[in-house]
Design a protein around this ligand. Structure first.
Ligand code: G1P
Length: 915
């Protein structure tokens, strides 16, 4: 086998880590377009900030403080935080680099100005220095952890020249104060709703009404820009309207109020009301001595009313208070990121992982919308994302069984502290979105238990939706040992079927999802693609399309369910299970031969669904656990065998891989083609992950992917080969330019799942190669052109897109923790089964990880002085809190949960020697 070693990533040139944690610096980041950084808190203030402090601030689709921007308009000054200094004798300078002059100078790469970014979780500090003006501004932006929806901007202005400077500062943040919908829908009319109030500290905008998707409503929310000097001294006045600030013929990067150093105006009511607003705060003209610094504090946000907004001044309105809030905010994020730590031979790796760790938390707060690349969605998340994000959230919880509520997308309320407010409660709640007919609500609302059938009345079925709840639930039960969870009752989502309310056990919900999928057979015997699977872009094969890829996952899940049932029988005394009678239609419990004929399978499903529509959910009837398990195994085998035998395609080049799809003509999608081989990564990942592929097939599918999908230069794996044209019989994805998004990009989520699948099958060297390729693409800063972390995808040029809000981060953490480090639960007990490669051990021959398990903070140290690879090393000794444990298995350590729980103290150290 050829060596799969990766070249070490080129040392990044425009950003570098600066400490032991996630903090990094970037030189002149404003020379790159499309860079953005997230700022937010759990109270739901969502900001994006660029090196020139552009980017919008909002709390949701209907409440934008500043103008909504997508990545292409990030340079638009209509949505920027600016801080102007008028220097007597010299003119205006933008301390944020956002002036007409600065733009021209940057474009000509001829600028007397340098910029430098330092950032960490979650704060952003730009230092900008201009030699001609003799000024340096250090602008720190953050959203304080807490309950206020406010962003703080602290500007520290220093005279770097030898002469005193007379400076007149003006902070300027244009306000939007309404729904993103109003960008095109009644942009002008909604400005007529604006009511602007001037306060000593700044500008308060309280529109009389809001016009948005919910209709026309009276509004009480206040959008505000307030500010003060270091000890709370208020500004001397404000330019509260766009007209008064930029003036006739002016622009936001050359506002006349600043360029002509105009005094603050006295506006009549007619000039003030029903106008586009801006928080342009004029501060007192002061002499700044050489080497001296003035500090200004600006507060931008949303409040329930004016009083609440003015409360920001009380809470943060001096340099000391702001500094304290910053320290508190940094500590808040640090505590979360410290929940998973890894140290390998590559010092940057553990630092980069901290940025991956923050991503599931960001998706919990932002949903899948509201950063500049995410110019779709109106908040909230889809079903698949909800379940997959839970993977990481439950691994990052100190005690998944019962702790504070961490509901994705849900604002903390008093009920957050209730006992049901655990990961357990969250999962239980999510099951309320499953319909008795096996489909589910697709949009998850903000309140716990709030589900929406679909957005914009477009009813779609994603055929993979049944797969994820099982994956997440099984992980939860393994991590916690909470077997009873399967038998908890949860409601069904009853928007389509007859009957009012209905409920069933969690196991029944899961069975419904899988049995319905099994019977939803296409003409080749695989599960119908419906309106798409994981790949949202395979959306045009509703009638005859089939997803072989996800059929494999359903097959794997059915087998795991059978094993789980037998485990429950043995360890929880579950002799039988009560199931709604109609579900027996989908079971061959009488021992009859399973229905193999796809048409008959579909017919049976139709009967089941008709009964539900007509009669609602039927009463329950008991079924012997072992009989049920046997039925599931038979079904699993039927699906798996067919894939193994009939979907294994061979190319003329001697490569073999799995066909993952049938299109709307009922034709096989993958294999040889006159325009070159057609192959998808998805088609390989799920047969491998589910256990459907034989070991031989795993090896060959990996070899084929390496040859056909791996990019020799960039190192990553593409989602698919170039099909050379649009595919109207399969989906919109192929209409995207090749190399972008779901058409052949380096899609992190599928790449990580590929690695996960390979590790799970003990192909650790291969898994490592895939995982490293993603890490290296992220660290290749010259091509990736993003800050540290993992983007949704890299395009054909290796540039990162859709940074921060991607499900791949959850899968990445899951894979590193439970596969690479092999630290995971098995029905509640602790397993340590590392699958590490020699280079990961570094010079010291050790890998250290910190994580939570059973309410204890575990430090696991793997020592491998000889640096043997996985497959060759065996476990030599195990020390638990310094005490030796007997080694009973050469490949894994198993420690009973009770032993871990009964240890005194909350910190536990385990050292495993490999040799
Ligand atoms: C996104 C979606 C995910 C979907 C994927 C492919 O991936 O969130 O649900 O499966 O595109 O269409 P993500 O941004 O999570 O990486």
């Amino acid at each position: 086998m050829t060596s799969k070693k990766q070249k070490a990533p080129a040392k990044s040139s425009w950003w570098n880590f600066t400490g032991d944690d996630e903090t990094f610096e970037a030189r002149n980041p404003d020379r790159l377009s499309r860079l953005y950084f997230p700022l937010c808190n759990e109270a739901g203030l969502l900001s994006a900030i660029t090196p020139t402090l552009h980017g919008d601030i909002k709390t949701g689709q209907n409440t934008f403080v500043t103008l909504p921007l997508s990545e292409q308009d990030l340079h638009n000054t209509r949505s920027a935080r600016n801080f102007w200094i008028y220097v007597e004798g010299k003119g205006p300078w933008s301390a944020t680099g956002s002036s007409a002059n600065a733009v021209l100078q940057r474009a000509a790469v001829r600028t007397p100005e340098t910029s430098h970014l330092e950032a960490g979780a979650l704060w952003h500090r730009m230092t900008r220095e201009n030699k001609s003006f003799g000024l340096r501004a250090v602008t720190t932006s953050f959203v304080p952890a807490g309950t206020e929806q406010v962003e703080i901007m602290r500007v520290e202005l220093t005279n770097t020249s030898r002469r005193p400077l007379s400076v007149t500062p003006t902070a300027a943040v244009p306000l939007f104060g309404r729904s993103a919908d109003n960008l095109r829908d009644h942009r002008h009319v909604t400005s007529l709703l604006h009511r602007i109030a001037l306060h000593d500290a700044g500008v308060l905008l309280t529109p009389t009404m809001s016009f948005d998707e919910r209709g026309h409503h009276a509004n009480t929310l206040t959008y505000a820009v307030l500010g003060c000097e270091s000890e709370g001294q208020p500004p001397i006045g404000a330019f509260p309207t766009v007209d008064s600030f930029i003036g006739e013929g002016g622009t936001f990067d050359a506002p006349r109020a600043v360029y002509e150093n105009v005094d603050v105006p006295e506006l009549t009511d007619a000039q003030l009301q029903g106008r586009e607003a801006v928080g342009a705060l004029r501060f007192r003209t002061r002499k700044l001595a050489p080497g001296k610094t003035f500090t200004y504090l600006i507060f931008i946000g949303i409040a329930q009313d004016k009083k609440e907004a003015l409360g920001w001044l009380k809470a943060y309105g001096t340099v000391d208070k702001t500094a304290e809030a910053l320290t508190h905010t940094q500590a808040w994020w640090k505590e979360r990121l410290d929940r998973f730590q890894i140290k390998t031979g590559d010092a940057d790796y553990g630092r980069w992982v901290r940025w991956v760790t923050i991503q599931p938390l960001l998706r919990k707060i932002f949903g899948c919308s509201f950063l500049p690349d995410f110019d779709y969605g109106r908040g909230g998340r889809g079903w698949r994302d909800l379940w997959q994000d839970c993977l990481a959230l439950l691994l990052l919880e100190p005690n998944a069984l019962g702790s504070r509520l961490e509901v994705p997308g849900v604002l903390p309320t008093a009920s957050s502290l209730e006992p049901r407010a655990s990961v357990r409660g969250l999962l239980l709640n999510n099951f309320g979105g499953v319909r008795p007919n096996g489909t589910n609500a697709t949009i998850i609302g903000k309140a716990a238990g709030e589900f929406i059938a679909d957005r914009n009345g477009i009813s779609r079925t994603w055929m993979d939706h049944g797969v994820w709840p099982w994956v997440t639930t099984l992980l939860y039960v393994h991590q916690t040992g909470d077997l009873n969870f399967f038998l908890e009752e949860a409601p069904y989502f009853m928007d389509q079927d007859k009957g009012e309310k209905s409920s069933g056990t969690i196991l029944e919900h899961l069975l419904v999802q899988h049995l319905v999928a099994y019977f939803n057979a296409g003409e080749h015997g695989h599960i119908r693609l419906e309106d798409a699977d994981w790949n949202d872009g395979l959306d045009m094969a509703h009638d005859r399309g089939e997803s072989v890829a996800f059929t494999a996952m359903y097959a794997g899940n059915l087998k795991q369910m059978a094993e789980t049932l037998l485990h429950l029988k043995e360890h929880a005394g579950l002799a039988s299970l009560s199931l709604t009678k109609d579900l027996f239609l989908l079971l061959e419990s009488s021992g009859a031969t399973p229905l193999l004929n796809p048409a008959e399978r579909r017919q049976r499903l139709e009967t089941y669904r008709r009964r539900l529509r007509e009669n609602g959910v039927s009463k329950t009837q008991a079924l012997d656990t072992a009989t049920l398990a046997q039925d599931l195994v038979i079904k699993s085998d039927v699906l798996a065998q067919r894939i193994r035998d009939s979907e294994w395609v061979r190319s003329t080049g001697g490569q073999s891989w799995f066909n993952g799809y049938y299109d709307n003509n009922g034709s096989r999608v993958e294999g040889e083609h006159p325009q070159g081989p057609r192959m998808t990564l998805t088609g390989q990942v799920f047969p491998i992950m589910s256990g459907v592929a034989t070991n031989e097939q795993v090896q060959q599918a990996y070899a084929a992917a390496r040859k056909t999908l791996k990019d020799k230069k960039l190192g990553g794996y593409r989602l698919n080969t170039n099909f050379g044209g649009i595919q109207l019989q399969l989906g919109r994805a192929f209409s995207f330019a090749y190399g972008e998004k779901e058409n052949g990009a380096f899609f992190s989520h599928m790449g990580v799942m590929f690695a996960n699948a390979l590790y799970a099958r003990d192909f650790a060297e291969e898994g490592h190669e895939v995982l490293s390729s993603i890490y290296h693409m992220c660290m290749a800063s010259e091509t990736a052109k993003i800050y540290p972390g993992m983007p949704e995808y890299f395009n054909g040029e290796g540039r990162g897109f859709y940074h921060y809000l991607t499900g791949s981060a959850s899968w990445y953490l899951l894979t590193v923790l439970t596969q690479v480090l092999g630290i995971r639960g098995a029905w509640g007990d602790l397993i340590l089964a590392p699958k590490l490669m020699p280079e990961e051990f570094g010079a010291l021959g050790r890998v250290t990880a910190i994580t939570w398990f059973a309410g204890k903070r575990l430090t696991v140290i793997y020592v491998n002085a000889a640096k043997k690879p996985f497959g060759q090393y065996t476990i030599q000794s195990v020390l638990l809190q310094g005490r030796s444990l007997p080694v009973t298995d050469a490949r894994q350590v198993k420690i009973a949960r009770k032993i871990v729980q009964d240890l005194t103290g909350s910190e536990v150290e385990i050292t495993v020697s490999l040799g």
